[in-house]
Write a protein that binds this ligand. Sequence first.
Ligand SMILES: [Zn+2]
Ligand SMILES: [Zn+2]
Length: 329
Amino acid sequence: MRAMVLHKPGAPLRLEMLPDLEPGPGEIRVRVGACGVCRTDLHVLDGELPDIVYPIIPGHEIVGYVDRIGTGVTMHQLGARVGIPWLGHTCGHCPFCLRGMENLCDAPAFTGYTRHGGYATHAVADASYAFPIEGAGDDVAIAPLLCAGLIGWRSLVMAGEAERLGLYGFGAAGHIVAQVARWQGRQIYAFTRRDDRSAQDLALQLGASWAGAADERPDVDLDAAIIYAPAGELVPAALRAVRKGGRVVCAGIHMSDIPSFPYSLLWGERHVVSVANLTRQDGLDFLRIAREAQIRTHATAHPLSDANGVLARLRKGDILGAAVLVPDL
Ligand SMILES: [Zn+2]
Ligand SMILES: [Zn+2]
């Protein structure tokens, strides 16, 4: 198999030929059709997440076709299309797993971070954590649903009943969540990097009521805001923009430090919360909703071997919508 491999923090990924992975008991192997590129992959590359064991193959938005099945697997058939998300395994017996909060498991495994991911021609997954992907739709368009969509969905649920919803960062997650939120009848206020006209135009095309820079304010108070960009200064900015009792949801796995801010911004029963990972139920719920709401991702395909270039563009904010790697391109 071919894979783009990370050997140490800060190093470019290396294209390598590796022995084929074999699925163990309870696992499946897939031939990767497409794998989305997520901002979290940059945090893996930069060594900003703890406990990375090198070498590691990144990538956790995998659409693949089952081509080998380990012993004891009955839920997937050879040739079936599946999606492999960030949540790769949970222990099933820690206090969080027992309370239905497997996203907070004490001993989890994460695809493309603590187990090998999908920047490759093949990937192995725990069969219980792979979702069936039914129906039509090409692999490239579906891949961003598996993290940007899914964790975006969890953050939208966390935002509660908000009618006026701010989205800080309008990339892979923002452009999917905006469509779900519009389908639900909410109003969207999209905050982007200053002068990012293409992201602002995409937001307006997708039905946003307002689009502007993160330090600007629409002329209404927001009921809630979700922050996708990894910039801590957006937390006080979003608190300024939400009404009394409003919520600010931090949806990234890593964020720069939050600068100190006056207590008056939090006063008035405003909430700041974070969203961590996903549960399998989130995945099943969201994939159904994505079909019902007819979500269309703005996804562009790139050859697997271009992963470093694509990641560099993502870092610069130079990707409109979502970027996806394709082994056969
Ligand atoms: Zn657990
Ligand atoms: Zn992700």
